[in-house]
Write a protein that binds this ligand. Structure first.
Ligand code: NAD
Ligand code: MG
Length: 393
C-alpha cells in the first residue's frame, strides 16, 4: 500500500529528514502536502521534486512568491497561506499519514486536526502534546488513527513496548518505569559561572544531534527533557513518578523500559532522526532509513547518571508544571518559547531563560485544560506575561 503523506514543517530539520527517508523509499510513499513558515526557496525545491497537491506558507506575499516559482517550472501544486490552511493541508490533501513537525505551539491546531481526522500521526511536535495532552489523546481516540512518536526517546520506548500497546495504550503490561535518556547537552560539564555569557551559537552546538535552533537551546537547558517527561506521561499513561531521566552523554541508548520481572529493554542506534522517522512511516514494517549501522565495538563507554537539577533548573520547572497539571504545562511551554526566542534573537542572557519561565509559572494559576480555547488562552496569557518580564525584569 502506498502511504499518502502530509509533512507539516517540511523545511525544518525533521521535515528534511522525513523527505530523505521518503526519497529512499519512493515506491511506498507519495507526498501530498508540504508546509513551511518562511523558507520559500527550500519549499519550492521540495515541491518541484515531490509535486504535492497542496503547499502552505505563513504569509500571503510568500505564497505569491512560491506560486510564481512553481508556475515557472509548470508545477500544479495549490499554494495556500495562513494558520487555517495548515488544517486544510491535513484534511483536503488526501493524506492518510501526517508528519507533525512544526516547532512550538504553532503546530498544535493542525496536529489536533490530524488526530481528530483519524490519520496516522507521526508526532515530532512535542509542544502540541505538552500543551494539550488530554485533549490530544482524546482526539486520537475519537479519530481512531494511529499515534507514532517520532521524538527519539519516545520512539525508543514505543519500540520497547509490546505491540498490544499500539492497539490499547494505557494497559499495564507489567511496565514499572520508563527511563528517558538525555545527553546533557553542550553545557553538561561547563562550570556554572561560565554559563553567564553563553551565546546562541554555543547553545545550538549540540554534541550529538543536529536539530532546529529552538530544540537545540531546549536541549542545552534540558527544558527539552522536561517537555519530554510530560510528552511521555501522555503517550504512555504512566504516573509521573515512574518516568525517570538519565544523563547518557553518548546518545546511543535512546531510552529504556523497566519491566516488573526485572527485564530492562532498550533501543540503541545512531543519533540520527531518520531511524525513528522511518519506523513511524512504515510501522509495523522496517524500511531502509539511510542510517550508518551502529558499531558497538567502536564505542568506548556507555555512561548513565542522574541529572543535577541545580545545573538544569528548567528540568525542575518542567517537573513542577507536570505535577501541577491542567494548563501549567501550556504556560511552561509558552514562557519557554518566548524566553528562547528572546535569547536567540534579542540578547536575553542565557541564564534568564529559567527565570522567565519560573516567574511566568508563578504568575499564571493553572486551571483545567478541558478545551482548546482554555489551552490557547493560557498560552496567550503566559506569552504576554513572559514578554513583560523580559522587557522589565
Ligand atoms: P526546525 O526549526 O528545524 O523546523 C520547524 C519547521 O516548522 C520549519 O519547517 C518551519 O518553517 C516551520 N514553522 C515554524 N514556525 C511556524 C509557524 N508559525 N507556522 C507554520 N510553520 C512554522 O525544527 P525541528 O528541529 O525540525 O523540530 C520540529 C519539531 O520536532 C519540534 O517540535 C521539535 O521539538 C521536534 N523534534 C525535533 C527533533 C530534531 O532532531 N530536530 C527531535 C525530536 C523532536
Ligand atoms: Mg528527544
Amino acid at each position: 500500500m502506498v502511504r499518502h503523506v502530509a509533512i507539516l514543517g517540511s523545511t525544518g530539520s525533521i521535515g528534511v529528514n522525513t523527505l530523505d527517508v521518503i526519497r529512499s523509499n519512493a515506491d511506498r510513499f507519495q507526498v501530498v502536502a508540504l508546509t513551511a513558515g518562511r523558507q520559500i526557496e527550500r519549499l519550492a525545491d521540495q515541491c518541484i521534486e515531490f509535486k504535492p497537491a497542496i503547499a502552505v506558507v505563513s504569509e500571503s506575499s510568500d505564497a505569491a512568491h512560491l506560486q510564481k516559482l512553481l508556475l515557472e517550472k509548470n508545477i500544479k501544486t495549490q499554494v495556500l497561506y495562513g494558520a487555517q490552511a495548515l488544517v486544510t493541508a491535513v484534511i483536503e490533501s488526501g493524506c492518510d499519514t501526517v508528519m507533525a513537525a512544526i516547532v512550538g505551539a504553532a503546530g498544535l491546531v493542525p496536529a489536533l486536526a490530524a488526530a481528530s481526522a483519524g490519520k496516522r500521526v507521526l508526532l515530532a511536535n512535542k509542544e502540541a502534546l505538552v500543551m494539550s495532552g488530554n485533549l490530544f489523546m482524546q482526539a486520537m481516540k475519537n479519530g481512531g488513527g494511529e499515534l507514532l512518536p517520532i521524538d527519539s526517546e519516545h520512539n525508543a520506548i514505543f519500540q520497547c513496548l509490546p505491540n498490544e500497546f499500539a492497539k490499547s495504550p494505557h494497559v499495564s503490561l507489567g511496565v514499572e518505569e520508563l527511563w528517558l535518556t538525555a545527553s546533557g547537552g553542550p553545557f553538561r560539564n561547563t562550570p556554572l559561572q561560565q554559563l553567564t555569557n553563553i551565546t546562541p551559537e554555543q547553545a545550538c552546538a549540540h554534541p550529538n544531534w543536529v536539530m532546529g535552533r529552538k530544540i537545540s537551546v531546549d536541549s542545552a537547558t534540558m527544558m527539552n527533557k522536561g517537555l519530554e517527561v510530560i510528552e511521555a506521561f501522555w503517550l504512555f499513561g504512566l504516573p509521573l513518578e515512574k518516568i525517570k531521566v538519565l544523563i547518557h552523554p553518548q546518545s546511543v541508548v535512546h531510552s529504556m523500559v523497566r519491566y516488573r520481572d526485572g527485564s530492562v529493554l532498550a533501543q540503541l542506534g545512531q543519533p540520527d532522526m531518520r531511524t525513528p522517522i522511518a519506523y513511524g512511516l512504515a510501522w509495523p514494517e522496517r524500511i531502509d532509513a539511510g542510517v550508518v549501522p551502529l558499531n558497538l565495538t567502536q564505542l568506548a563507554d556507555l555512561n548513565f547518571s542522574e541529572p543535577d537539577l541545580a545545573r538544569f533548573p528548567c528540568l525542575a520547572l518542567a517537573f513542577a508544571a507536570a505535577k501541577a497539571g491542567g494548563t501549567a504545562p501550556a504556560v511552561l511551554n509558552a514562557a519557554n518559547e518566548v524566553a528562547v526566542a528572546a535569547f536567540l534573537d534579542d540578547g536575553l542572557p542565557y541564564l534568564q531563560i529559567p527565570l522567565v519561565v519560573e516567574k511566568t509559572l508563578n504568575a499564571v494559576s493553572p486551571v483545567n485544560a478541558d478545551s482548546l480555547e482554555t489551552v490557547l488562552n493560557a498560552d496567550t496569557r503566559a506569552r504576554k506575561i513572559a514578554h513583560e518580564f523580559i522587557c522589565s525584569p
